[in-house]
Design a protein around this ligand. Structure first.
Ligand code: PEP
Length: 256
C-alpha cells in the first residue's frame, strides 16, 4: 500500500520567536510544492507555534505544525502544562508524545504516553508516538519485544480510526543526537516488527496504512538508504531539522 511519506522536524528546545520565523521562512522558500506529496511537520516549542503557523499561512505552504508534548487533562490546576485544546486552538495537527528525552528526563511512561495519545485523538488530532530501545536493551537482544511492548501500551484502548490518525516514530535512544545512526537493516527490522505489532493490535489493513518514521541522526547522507526500506515511511529529525537546507533535502528525499 502506498503511504504518503512524512518528514517531521523536531526542533527540541531551540529557536526564539525571531529565529523560528527566519527558519520557517527559509524552509518555506525552499519547499516549492513538495508539501503536496510529503507531509512536512514542524515540531516546534510552544512559544513558536503561532509565529511558525503565521509564516506558513502567509506563504500558503501547507506544512503542518506540531507541539513536542501535551497534557491529557482539559484544564485546571496543572501549572506549566498545555492542553490538547490549547494546541488545537493554535492550529497544531499533531503532538509528539513519548520522545525518549521526555521519557528519560521528565518521567514520561508508557501509561502517560497512552493518556496523551488518547486525549489527542479524542480531539481529532494525531499523535506522533515515539518508541525506541536503549543501548542496554539492544545489547541484551530484547529490542523487538521492548519496542513492540511500548507500541502496544501507547495504542491501548484506541479504536482503528483513532490509531489511523497517529504515526509511530522508531527512535533508537542510542542514535538520537549521537551521530550514530541505526543501519538501514537494523531500522527496518524494528519498523517491520512495529507494523506486525500494529496488525496484531488492530488489523493488517490498518497497520499497512499507518506511517512509521525512523529517527536518530538522520541526515542528507543516510536518508536515502533508510527511506528505501519497506517499512520506513519518513523521518523524525532533530539536528538536521535546524538548518533549512538539510531539512529540505530530507523532505525532497521522500519524493525519490
Ligand atoms: C529526535 O530528536 O527525535 C532526533 C531523532 O534527533 P537527532 O536527529 O538529532 O538524532
Amino acid at each position: 500500500m502506498a503511504r504518503k511519506p512524512m518528514m517531521a522536524g523536531n526542533w527540541k528546545m531551540n529557536n526564539t520567536i525571531p529565529e523560528a520565523v527566519v527558519l520557517t521562512q527559509e524552509i518555506s522558500n525552499r519547499l516549492k510544492y513538495e508539501w503536496e506529496k510529503v507531509d512536512v511537520v514542524l515540531c516546534v516549542p510552544y512559544t513558536a507555534l503561532k509565529p511558525v503557523l503565521t509564516v506558513l499561512e502567509y506563504d500558503k505552504v501547507e506544512a503542518k505544525v506540531a507541539s513536542q508534548n501535551v497534557f491529557w487533562e482539559e484544564k485546571g490546576a496543572f501549572t506549566g502544562e498545555v492542553s490538547v485544546g490549547m494546541i488545537k486552538g493554535v492550529g497544531c495537527k499533531y503532538s509528539v508524545v513519548g520522545h525518549s528525552e521526555r521519557r528519560e528526563m521528565f518521567g514520561e511512561t508508557d501509561e502517560t504516553v497512552n493518556k496523551k495519545a488518547k486525549a489527542l485523538v479524542a480531539a481529532g488530532l494525531g499523535a506522533i508516538v515515539c518508541v525506541g530501545e536503549s543501548l542496554e536493551v539492544r545489547d541484551a537482544g530484547t529490542t523487538l519485544d521492548f519496542v513492540c511492548a511500548q507500541v502496544k501500551a501507547a495504542f491501548a484502548g484506541l479504536s482503528v480510526p483513532e490509531a489511523q490518525k497517529c504515526v509511530v516514530a522508531y527512535e533508537p535512544v542510542w542514535a538520537i543526537g549521537t551521530g550514530r545512526t541505526a543501519t538501514p537493516e537494523q531500522a527496518e527490522e524494528v519498523c517491520a516488527a512495529i507494523r506486525a505489532a500494529l496488525a496484531a493490535q488492530f488489523d493488517a489493513a490498518t497497520a499497512e496504512g499507518m506511517r512509521i518514521l525512523y529517527g536518530g541522526s538522520m541526515n542528507p547522507g543516510n536518508v536515502d538508504m533508510l527511506l528505501a526500506q519497506e517499512d520506513i515511511d519518513g523521518g523524525l529529525v532533530g539536528g538536521a531539522s535546524l538548518e533549512a537546507p538539510s531539512f529540505v533535502q530530507l523532505v525532497q528525499a521522500c519524493l525519490k
